[in-house]
Design a protein around this ligand. Structure first.
Ligand SMILES: *Cc1c(COP(=O)(O)O)cnc(C)c1O
Length: 503
């Protein structure tokens, strides 16, 4: 049955999957959601013998129903290949007490954004072809770090696309900046903005909503699109690894068929955990959906009280990809628990943009019964990195450590204690390689590392964890800087013009 995509803010004009991917956001400002959530049409036993690519196909075919089998398989094959440093793509690591870490950081930029951004470019050009669009697709992105590099790596040298990434010149980590400015690919441009992330973000939004510029581009054979995490073309590929992980655990005899598996997800924009929610609704035996936050604990408060309130101090933590006060993808969950009522969702989102907060009804709260919210502060995060290393020799990054610390808290709660007594398994989603956040990780293990530089620390970490330094880090040690463009926020449009050669 075909799945159409509706806006979370109106019931009008549902679109095909390919159109939703091309548009990114609905014209009314809402997010695209499937008009029904499909159910897995393979048994867990069948899935347990499939590799990552086969599993991805079985999941994605149910959502991207206007793509042919051939088209989807081609996209999947191009995405999940030797860019990943392991054939299994998303390996599982068993740590203490029968709990597992799903390592989603084996792609080209060693963070989980690769899971979706390695396939999005292929979905997008296929979607363009299907919709008879001849324009070149120009991706514009503002980044505070991880997304920019993953998008660059995904779109680099993809025929029919160009990508421009703006980042705050003094607002990303040295490793993150080096990763971006050494990016190869004729169709890529990386620009440092004199300003902060908000300035970059606002500038990109301004260009997106400039109708005059849009017309001008169209005449020259270009059109903009966005690669940010609200695109359905990023959400759907993220459902695949939950199905894969469950089936693999079954294949390895770690869980029995149908046994509930709790998942713990380090959360920022709510995309990753929302994918787990969809997987559960598709029939995957996921137990609790445990949302892990850092000190920016808006979501923790939301799950406890039913009030989402962004009016608070923004805290810079050692898990920067989770430093977020407005979790955009939560809007999709709100829409579902409001009974797919677009009106109701819209009024809540208007309250969020007006007063910075909203409260859901008791009836809506009941539909959140599978979710749990916990958070870990900076000290707990550091302590968890040290503890796990000392106990198992396993080194995790700061984001994963937030989730891992949260799992411990859950297991110490009455409910978690009961689950533990029943021998229930949990899956911690591991979203970044420790090599991406070497400074914080190594300092957590021993203060003595505090004075060393990032590359030196990478070698220390390699020795400690008995893991080779990933290619992504080796590469940037010696790679030449190919992007040195800088500009003021009000010059962004001119920079784009110049890059596209339409002065
Ligand atoms: C983006 C990111 C997250 C947050 O994921 P969401 O889908 O935005 O909730 C967590 N960890 C890392 C390392 C990330 O890059």
């Amino acid at each position: 049955m075909e799945v159409l995509y509706k806006s979370t803010r109106s019931n009008k004009n549902p679109v095909h999957a390919s159109e939703a991917i091309l548009k990114g956001l609905s014209d009314d400002g809402g997010l695209f959601v499937p008009d029904h959530i499909p159910v897995l049409d393979r048994t867990l036993k069948e899935l347990a013998v499939m590799d990552y690519r086969q599993t991805a196909y079985e999941v994605m075919k149910l959502y991207l129903t206007d793509f042919t089998k051939e088209e989807l398989k081609t996209c999947i094959d191009r995405a999940y290949d030797s860019k990943f440093d392991t054939d299994v793509i998303a390996p599982l690591r068993e740590a203490e007490d029968g709990h597992f870490y799903l390592e989603l950081f084996h792609g080209p930029t060693i963070a989980f954004k690769d899971m979706a951004l390695s396939i999005l470019p292929h979905l997008m050009i296929t979607a363009a072809r299907k919709n008879h669009i001849d324009n070149e697709i120009v991706i514009l992105t503002a980044t505070s770090g991880d997304t920019g590099k993953a998008a660059l790596a995904g779109f680099a040298d993809v025929e029919g696309t160009r990508i421009v990434v703006f980042y705050p010149k003094d607002g990303v980590s040295p490793i993150q900046e080096r990763q971006m400015v050494t990016q190869k690919g004729k169709n890529t441009l990386v620009v440092g903005i004199h300003g902060n992330f908000d300035d970059a973000q606002t500038g990109v939004k301004k260009i997106f909503s400039d109708r005059e510029f849009e017309r001008e581009l169209d005449e020259k054979g270009f059109q903009f699109s966005s690669a940010n995490s609200i695109n359905i073309g990023r959400l759907v590929p993220q459902i695949c690894y939950y199905v894969y992980a469950y089936a693999q655990l079954m294949a390895q005899g770690k869980i029995g068929e149908g046994e509930p598996l709790d998942v713990v997800v380090p959360t920022g924009n709510f995309g990753n955990i929302l994918a787990a929610y969809y997987a559960k609704r598709m029939g995957l035996p996921i137990g609790k959906l445990i949302c892990a936050s850092n000190e920016n604990k808006v979501l923790y408060d939301f799950f406890r009280t039913g009030t989402y309130d962004r009016n608070r101090k923004f805290v810079l933590t050692s898990s920067p990809s989770m430093d977020i006060l407005i979790s955009s993808n939560l809007e999709r969950l709100i829409y579902h628990i409001a009974g797919e009522d677009a009106e109701k969702n819209r009024s809540l989102m208007e309250a969020l943009s007006g007063q910075g907060k909203y409260e859901i009804t008791a009836q809506m709260r009941e539909k959140l019964e599978d979710f749990r919210g916990f958070y870990a502060d900076e000290e707990q995060t550091r302590a968890e990195i040290r503890r796990l290393y000392e106990k198992c020799g396993y080194v995790i990054d700061t984001h994963t450590a937030v989730a891992s610390a949260v799992l411990r808290q859950y297991l110490e709660s009455p409910e978690g204690g009961e689950a533990k007594a029943q021998g229930r398994r949990a899956l911690v989603v591991s979203t970044a390689s420790p090599f991406k956040f070497t400074g914080s990780v190594m300092k957590a293990i021993d203060e003595k590392y505090g004075s060393m530089g990032d590359f030196e620390l990478a070698d220390e970490l390699s020795a400690l964890a008995k893991v080779k330094v990933p290619k992504a880090i080796e590469e940037i040690r010696t790679a030449a800087v190919v992007h040195d463009r800088q500009c003021d926020a009000d010059e962004m449009k001119d920079v784009v013009r110049e890059f596209l050669g339409i002065r």
